[in-house]
Design a protein around this ligand. Structure first.
Ligand code: ADP
Length: 270
C-alpha cells in the first residue's frame, strides 16, 4: 500500500526551519482493520453455536416428561457444546498467535516429539473414520520453538487429512531434511482442493464447499492457526492439491543442529 504520512511532532528549530516528524500510518491502520475484522467475524461465528446450545437446553427442559426426547436433545446439546468448546479454544489460540508482542516459548524441540504427539492425539479420530496413519521419514531432526504450538499445527493438518479422506484411506506423515529446512508433510488421498481455493483456505473462518465442510463440523480456523504458528517460527506452509486426488500440506521450518548429548548426534560422531 501507498504510505500515508501524518505529522506526529513538529519543532521549530529556527525562524526558517521547522523539523516535522512523520509516521506512516498505513501499516498501523491495516493491523487495526484486521483486528476489527477478527472481532466481527468471531462474534458472528460464535452466535450460531451459542444460539443452538440455548435452544437445545430449552428443548431439554420442555421435554422433561418424555425421556426418549430428552435423550435426543441432550446428545445434540453435548455435540453443540463440544463444537463450541473447540471453536473458543481455536479462537483463543489464533488471537494469541496474532498478538505480535506475545512471545512464544523457544527451546530446542525434537521434530520426532512433535510428530509423535500430533499423531497420538488423532489416533481416536482416525480409528473412528476408518483411516490409517502411516508415519515415516527422517528421525533425529531438531527445530527451535514452542513444542505445543508446533504440535497443534501438525495436528490440525492431520485432523483435516483424516476428515477429508474416504474410509479405508491412508494419511501419510513424513519428515525430511531439505537443505537446512525441516519438512513435515501431511498427505491424504481425499477430496482435494480446487486451485482457485488453495490460497483462500488459509484465511480465518474460510471453509471451502459449504455443504461438504459443514458435514465434517470444522471451524474454518485450523489452517489459519497452522499458517500463523509456522510463520511465527520463521517457516512457511506449502500446499499441493488436486481435486479427486488428494492433498499434501508441508510445514517447513529452519533446521537446527541436535543439542549436545542427543542420541542422534552421538551416533553420528561414533
Ligand atoms: P475446517 O475446520 O473447516 O477444516 P480449516 O481452516 O482447517 O477449517 O480448513 C479450511 C477449509 O480448507 C476446509 O473447510 C476445507 O474445505 C479445506 N481443507 C482443509 N484441509 C483439507 C484437506 N486435507 N483436503 C481437502 N480440503 C481441505
Amino acid at each position: 500500500a501507498e504510505p500515508r504520512l501524518v505529522a506526529v511532532r513538529a519543532s521549530v528549530i529556527s525562524p526558517r526551519l521547522t523539523l516535522v516528524v512523520m509516521r506512516d500510518i498505513t501499516e498501523r491502520e491495516r493491523v487495526e482493520q484486521m483486528r476489527r475484522d477478527f472481532v466481527a467475524n468471531t462474534s458472528h461465528e460464535l452466535k450460531t453455536p451459542v444460539g443452538a446450545v440455548t435452544l437445545l437446553a430449552e428443548a431439554v427442559e420442555s421435554a422433561a416428561d418424555d425421556p426418549a426426547q430428552v435423550r435426543v436433545f441432550a446428545s445434540r446439546l453435548t455435540a453443540e457444546a463440544s463444537r463450541l468448546a473447540l471453536l473458543t479454544s481455536r479462537i483463543m489460540n489464533l488471537s494469541r498467535l496474532q498478538a505480535a508482542d506475545e512471545l512464544i516459548e523457544t527451546r530446542d524441540v525434537a521434530v520426532d516429539e512433535i510428530v509423535t504427539a500430533a499423531v497420538e492425539a488423532h489416533v481416536v479420530q482416525a480409528d473412528s473414520a476408518g483411516v490409517e496413519i502411516a508415519r515415516g521419514g527422517r528421525r533425529g531432526l531438531w527445530v527451535r520453538g514452542d513444542a505445543q504450538i508446533l504440535t497443534e499445527a501438525v495436528g490440525n493438518l492431520i485432523a483435516n487429512a483424516i476428515a477429508y479422506s474416504p474410509e479405508g484411506a491412508t494419511v501419510g506423515v513424513g519428515v525430511k531434511d531439505a537443505d537446512g529446512v525441516v519438512e513435515v508433510a501431511v498427505t491424504d488421498h481425499g477430496v482435494g482442493i480446487p486451485e482457485g481455493e488453495q490460497d483462500r483456505i488459509f484465511e480465518r473462518f474460510y471453509r471451502a464447499d459449504q455443504a461438504r465442510s459443514r458435514r465434517t463440523g470444522g471451524t474454518g480456523l485450523g489452517l489459519s492457526i497452522v499458517k500463523h504458528a509456522v510463520q511465527r517460527h520463521g517457516g512457511e506452509v506449502r500446499l499441493w492439491s488436486r481435486p479427486g486426488r488428494g492433498s499434501t500440506f508441508t510445514i517447513r521450518l529452519p533446521l537446527i543442529p541436535p543439542p549436545e548429548g542427543d542420541g542422534a548426534s552421538n551416533r553420528r560422531k561414533a
